[in-house]
Write a protein that binds this ligand. Structure first.
Ligand code: ADP
Length: 167
């Protein structure tokens, strides 16, 4: 039987830290579905469609990876695709409390579904999508933090944002 895992997140945008987690999850599971969460209560930076395209370009061509998006509860989405685990990345200090409570809640909702935590790579411990957005907004170089197509998307965004034609 093939083992399926869902790696859910905002991926706004996908960073090298996310890519590292997805790659290592592929060492454990037969199929890893990188799933962009469409949270109506939270306005994203990039539209969901663009986030999915960026994820697709980063990891969609890997043999074990599928890229998807979902609405609602992660556990329900995971059940709908027959996943036996949710993958989450854990950075040294910042993620523990939130991830702990989230995994506990998911376990309450769906006891059969396991959450598998992978420690962030050493180079990516302090890397977040928010940080990447902020550095790129201020004109900093993010090439070691994101793939080139993500860097291009960020540059395009800020170029248009600064354009006098933008409402
Ligand atoms: P969410 O809004 O669900 O936290 P994110 O896109 O911020 O979405 O993160 C998705 C998952 O990837 C989370 O488990 C997060 O801890 C993990 N993650 C984010 N950045 C990194 C990183 N630099 N290294 C490893 N894991 C990361």
């Amino acid at each position: 039987m093939t083992s399926i895992a869902v790696y859910p997140g905002s991926f706004d945008p996908i960073t090298k830290g996310h890519e590292d987690i997805a790659e290592r999850a592929c060492d454990i599971f037969d199929t890893v579905i990188v799933a962009v969460a469409c949270n109506q209560a939270k306005t994203g930076f990039f539209p969901v469609k663009q986030r999915i395209e960026l994820v697709q370009k980063s990891v969609g061509h890997w043999p074990k990876v599928q890229v998807a998006s979902f609405n609602g509860l992660t556990v329900e989405y995971a059940r709908s695709v027959g996943a036996k685990a949710i993958i989450r990345g854990l950075r040294a200090l910042s993620d523990f409390e939130y991830e702990c409570s989230m995994s506990q809640m998911n376990r309450t909702l769906e006891p059969e579904l396991q959450t598998v935590f992978l420690m962030a790579g050493l180079d990516y411990q302090f890397l977040s999508s928010r940080m990447v957005r902020e550095v790129s907004r201020l004109g900093g170089c993010v090439h070691s933090l994101v793939s080139p197509h993500v860097q291009d998307a960020l540059s395009d965004y800020w170029r248009t944002a600064k354009s006098p034609n933008k409402a």
